[in-house]
Each structure stands twice: as structure tokens, then as C-alpha cells.
Design a protein around this ligand. Structure first.
Ligand SMILES: [Zn+2]
Ligand SMILES: [Zn+2]
Length: 140
């Protein structure tokens, strides 16, 4: 099974993901814009496919979707690496830009497009969702 490595800006947190993500998307929700200064590019993996080393801090907040989101970031440099949503138990969001090779996963949709700023650059070839698309976990 293929693996990918990633980590935070300062290098304290490193992680490895196994296999392919369930889905990869760019999110323009208000919370993502706050944490990233922009949309976030994310891949959703089965939580047990991700192994993490280093000190990860957490901030929990209710998102636009109504789900409780556990934002996880490096305790030292603050880089946002992961998120876990109460609406998707068993899955972990990985921020694509923290992969050592971010190009190795391609987002296939923009979500929360109604919250995107007027200057947002969106690839018209990708699927677009005005809000949170329904998440259908793959059969396990
Ligand atoms: Zn760090
Ligand atoms: Zn978002």
C-alpha cells in the first residue's frame, strides 16, 4: 500500500498516511478561511490510516455545517495539519499543503462556494457545492 509523509512548518509534528483518501476537496467555509487565510485543501482518510508523531494541540468549535470540528495543529508553530468532524466519525481530514508532496493528491471539488471571497480562484473544471456535501463513507 502506498504511503505519504507530511509535517508542520517547524518539523516537530510528522505524520504518515497509508492508502488513498476517500475524497479530496477545497473548502471555503468561514472557519477554514480564518485558520488558513484562504480556502483549505483537504483529503479525508480513514483515521486509522494516519500515524502521527509530535505534540498536536486541539481547538474544538461548531462549524457552518453544525458539526463539532476538532482542529488539530502543531503545538509549537501552529501549522494546521488535521481536523476531525463529529459528522464523520472514523475519518480524519489532512490538510493537503502539509504533505511533503502536495501534488500527489488532487482535490476534485470546491465546497462552501457561497462563503468564498470574491477573489477566490476556483478551477471551473472541478465540481462545486454551495455548502457541505453529504458525506457517504465507503463500504468497509
Ligand atoms: Zn510545528
Ligand atoms: Zn472548511
Amino acid at each position: 500500500m502506498s504511503t505519504r509523509d507530511g509535517g508542520c512548518l517547524c518539523g516537530d509534528v510528522r505524520y504518515r498516511v497509508a492508502g488513498e483518501p476517500v475524497v479530496a476537496r477545497i473548502c471555503w467555509c468561514s472557519d477554514c478561511q480564518r485558520i488558513a487565510g484562504n480556502g483549505t485543501a483537504n483529503a479525508i482518510f480513514a483515521a486509522d490510516a494516519v500515524s502521527i508523531s509530535g505534540a498536536v494541540a486541539e481547538y474544538v468549535r461548531t462549524a457552518d455545517s453544525g458539526n463539532r470540528i476538532h482542529h488539530r495543529f502543531c503545538a509549537r508553530c501552529g501549522s494546521h495539519l488535521f481536523a476531525h468532524s463529529s459528522g464523520r466519525p472514523g475519518f480524519l481530514v489532512v490538510r493537503l499543503g502539509t504533505l511533503d508532496d502536495p501534488s500527489s493528491i488532487r482535490p476534485r471539488a470546491n465546497i462552501w462556494t457561497t462563503r468564498a471571497p470574491a477573489w477566490a480562484c476556483m478551477d471551473g473544471a472541478l465540481e462545486q457545492f454551495e455548502g457541505q456535501p453529504v458525506f457517504t463513507p465507503p463500504p468497509s
